[in-house]
Ligand binder design. Structure first.
Ligand SMILES: [Mg+2]
Length: 373
């Protein structure tokens, strides 16, 4: 089998309400922009992958074609060896590997996780918020998720004063003593889409938050409290608290995870199959976590295709938690998965990996056509 070409579709899907993502300080997201890639083969099988985009984004079709046309999509290890050329030419390209697995799975007639030794056991999902909201509003959200069967919710921290964020968590803990909480500070990497860069915590502020969370209790982890490559500072924080420290969603591949392990910077390794590692190297990170006694909990927040890719990574490992992005009214699961014929849903707080061949998702090509710019 040979790769014969790449098609890039730039999609812009309007959200039903503006979404104030905590990682875009001062900015309001009114649409979900996605670069959807098709990888075509001479046997008529096409694989897909997707990456977050932005208005006027990059034309990557020629870059990927220059590297991938003529290659056998089954030869993932070989292709991973030269994806740094794509990086050199202007794009971090690990997400293209997801389309190779989509092809391999379709060719084999099996879901990706099954080819990687996984199973179709439902995975416990945590409801992942995306915005910083006052306590009363967040209490309603948590009540709705708990009614749906969720046993864990991830809050976003990033208010000017960390005590404001801690107060929200304290209020939720009072009302929901059994709820598992995760906290994400999004201080790992910058997302300068709205003309501002957010305030990053000092080590002292991170320690203050960790101490506050210790008192609140049943906090699964504190995510990205400090810049993602500040390995030593993260280790200092980790040494100072019993709260697990998590990160790694957007780091560049295996080497960064080796640094986290070497420096004892984190407790929870969180590669994303789209942003950080692809699926195969994500599984290698799971192996590193297993061997060195770290937790493994992939990041998933991008769009329906990204969630599906990470679900296969989760199902192919023994990960405990699946991040389930959900922030009404703007970022609902149906909006997140707008390019899919069927929304990826939870049942009683669990999510089941798609079991059709490859990624197992059915792209709605009418929607692709309608949202393409
Ligand atoms: Mg995060």
């Amino acid at each position: 089998m040979e790769i014969t070409g790449i098609t890039q579709h730039r999609l812009q899907h309007e959200l039903p309400a503006p979404f104030d993502a905590s990682w875009v300080p001062g900015g309001q997201q009114t649409e979900l922009a996605v670069d959807l890639f098709e990888v075509h083969t001479d046997e008529g099988i096409t694989g897909v992958t997707a990456m977050p985009s932005f208005p006027g984004g990059l034309d990557l079709e020629p870059v990927f074609e220059s590297q991938l046309v003529g290659e056998n999509p089954h030869h993932v290890e070989r292709i991973l060896d030269f994806l740094d050329t794509v990086e050199f030419l202007g794009a971090d390209a690990r997400y293209i590997e997801v389309a190779l697995w989509d092809i391999i799975g379709k060719d084999a007639g099996k879901p990706i996780y099954e080819l990687l030794g996984g199973d179709d056991e439902p995975i416990a999902a945590y409801a992942s918020t995306g915005a910083i909201k006052p306590a009363e509003e967040r209490l309603d959200y948590v009540a709705d998720r708990v009614a749906e069967g969720f046993e864990a919710v991830k809050l976003r921290f990033g208010s000017p004063d960390v005590e404001t964020d801690l107060d929200v968590a304290r209020t939720i803990r009072e009302e929901f003593p059994d709820l598992t909480l995760m906290v994400d500070a999004n201080n790992g990497w910058s997302m300068r889409l709205a003309g501002e860069v957010g305030h990053e915590w000092s080590l002292a502020e991170a320690k203050q938050v960790a101490a506050g969370l210790e008192a609140i209790g049943d906090v699964a982890w504190l995510e990205e409290p400090l810049p993602q490559r500040n390995y030593q500072r993260l280790a200092e924080l980790r040494d100072s608290t019993s709260i697990a420290i998590a990160g790694g969603e957007s780091t560049g591949g295996l080497a960064s995870f080796r640094e986290y392990i070497d420096h004892r910077s984190l407790d929870v390794l969180q590669p994303d199959a789209i942003f950080a590692t692809g699926i195969l190297d994500g599984k290698k990170v799971a192996g590193m976590a297993e061997a060195f006694g770290f937790e493994f909990a992939p990041h998933t927040w991008s769009n329906g295709i990204g969630l599906a890719a990470n679900l296969h990574l989760l199902a192919a490992t023994q990960a405990q938690w699946c991040e389930y992005p959900h922030e009404p009214p703007g970022f609902l699961p149906e909006e997140r998965d707008f390019m899919l014929k069927e929304t990826i849903v939870t049942e009683d707080g669990y999510v089941t990996p798609p079991d059709d061949p490859g990624l197992g998702v059915d792209i709605d090509w009418d929607v692709v056509e309608a949202t393409e710019v």
